[in-house]
Write a protein that binds this ligand. Structure first.
Ligand SMILES: *[C@@H]1O[C@H](CO)[C@@H](O)[C@H](O)[C@H]1NC(C)=O
Ligand SMILES: *[C@@H]1O[C@H](CO)[C@@H](O)[C@H](O)[C@H]1NC(C)=O
Ligand SMILES: *[C@@H]1O[C@H](CO)[C@@H](O)[C@H](O)[C@H]1NC(C)=O
Ligand SMILES: *[C@@H]1O[C@H](CO)[C@@H](O)[C@H](O)[C@H]1NC(C)=O
Length: 407
């Protein structure tokens, strides 16, 4: 699963030269950041195959840190499987935890990055569990995890307690993590997040109006869209009939990359193309040019239970009641990972830094390419400094009133 780049970093690791030195990341953090990008695509591909799934929103770096928590609580093969999933079998435990922690601390620094990213993590255990002090201490230290016991037998109050906590810790942006808890006898991971990009160049708050968004050829919604023309990295892949656009976020430390087909179509075709190699090829072909962007001004909340998907990636023991050894959590072999709720709210608003007005009305903005996002697309929030993917997802169905529904 190691990419070429991952191998390179691994080589530097052996030579103990800090490959990420100029970027300030330790070598094991750089390796883990890079590997989390591979994890991102693997996980996305698995999730995209689920028929009922519409919007997808996952934060690979947060998934990686939740895996780190499982490694912290796990013993023997339950723990070593985590490293395999993270392509980090050779990384020592201490470096794994310190490295994952370093990456997340770096990319979620709101001050340095001028973005809003609230991340709250909790490990719920059944009433009978006693969390070991060491585990509590280390999971707080490395992964900012809180711990809580919950009486799963009273499902209704368990569900509302989880949802209330998630809502509170995201300032009300994420109202629901789950409607139900089926398995009530294990440990449950909950990630609750709110992310709001602050564009490097803002949209004018008045350049917003209602437009038609085509979920499919037969379903149209009325959705507020924001519009602006500026200089952006852009590539039109005429072979694959798609556009790739990169919109930098404030301080240019990360950017949102959109991958959108020319016209409305199911995203399967694009998803088949989505490999790291293809992404790198697209990125290398992007050129600065004038682009007239129209993008939904929207917020969306998505909650996934990743338990099954992580098993598909190779984390088979931790999720298996008969095999799991998570005895570093409680000192007893009494837990398995019954749910991994990964829930995020994302908001795309007009907000950003004031644009460079000196190019307004000049030749630079003449004949812009059109990027009119009125149909489903894939997006990534890619970090420029660590090479990690902060979010990957697809917007298939934004919020909006149905305009017509025929066929
Ligand atoms: C699990 O706990 C044992 C003993 O408490 C400790 O030696 C070991 O390092 C722990 N394993 C991990 C992966 O933290
Ligand atoms: C976040 O970034 C700021 C500014 O670069 C820095 O001073 C601060 O120490 C960082 N915080 C953390 C937790 O790394
Ligand atoms: C981003 O920077 C702008 C301008 O300095 C500031 O007004 C805004 O509050 C910042 N937002 C975040 C989330 O840091
Ligand atoms: C990444 O960072 C470099 C150096 O700071 C900057 O020149 C470049 O524009 C950034 N790329 C993106 C996509 O923001």
């Amino acid at each position: 699963m190691l990419s070429m780049w991952g191998n390179l970093v691994a080589l530097c690791l052996v030579a103990t030269t800090v490959s990420g030195a100029e970027k300030g990341l330790s070598s094991h953090a750089a390796l883990l950041a890079d590997n989390s990008a591979s994890l991102a695509l693997d996980l996305y591909q698995i999730m995209a195959k689920e028929k009922m799934t519409e919007n997808i929103l996952i934060s690979p770096v947060v998934v990686a840190s939740s895996l780190g928590l499982v490694a912290l609580g796990g013993k023997s093969s339950t723990a070593s499987q985590v490293k395999t999933v993270l392509s980090a079998s050779k990384v020592k435990d201490e470096q794994l935890h310190a490295g994952l922690s370093e990456v997340l601390t770096e990319v979620s620094n709101s001050t340095a990055r001028n973005v809003t990213w609230k991340i709250s993590n909790r490990l719920y255990g059944p009433s009978s569990v006693n969390f070991a002090d060491d585990f509590v201490k280390n999971s707080k230290k490395h992964y900012s995890y809180e711990h809580s016991k919950i009486n799963f037998r009273d499902k209704r109050s368990a569900v509302s307690a989880i949802n209330e906590w998630a809502s509170k810790s995201t300032d009300g942006k994420l109202s629901e993590v789950t409607k139900n808890v089926e398995k009530t006898d294990g440990a449950m991971i909950v990630n609750a997040m709110f992310y709001k990009p602050h564009w490097d160049e803002q949209f004018h708050h008045k350049m917003v109006d209602d437009r038609v968004f085509l979920v499919s050829r037969s379903l149209a919604l009325s959705v507020p869209m924001m519009h602006r023309t500026g200089l952006y990295k852009f590539h039109e892949d005429t072979t694959n009939h798609l556009f790739v656009l990169s919109m930098p976020l404030a301080r240019k430390m990360s950017s949102v990359i959109f991958i959108m087909p020319y016209h409305v179509e199911p995203l399967e075709r694009l998803e088949k193309l989505l490999t790291r190699k293809q992404l790198d090829a697209w990125f290398s072909k992007m050129e600065d040019r004038a682009v007239a962007i129209s993008l939904p001004k929207t917020s969306f909340e998505v909650s996934h239970d990743l338990q099954k998907h992580l098993a598909e990636l190779g984390l088979t023991e931790a999720v298996d009641k008969a095999k799991a050894d998570l005895s570093n959590i409680s000192g007893k072999k009494d837990l398995y990972l019954s749910n991994v709720f990964h829930a995020s709210a994302m908001e795309w608003s007009t907000e950003g830094n004031p644009p460079d007005t000196s190019i307004f009305g000049t030749d630079k903005l003449r004949n812009p390419k059109l990027f009119y996002a009125d149909h489903p697309f894939i997006f990534l929030v890619k970090d420029n400094k660590t090479n990690s993917i902060l979010f990957i997802g697809r917007l298939v169905r934004p919020k909006g009133d149905k305009i017509r529904d025929e066929l």
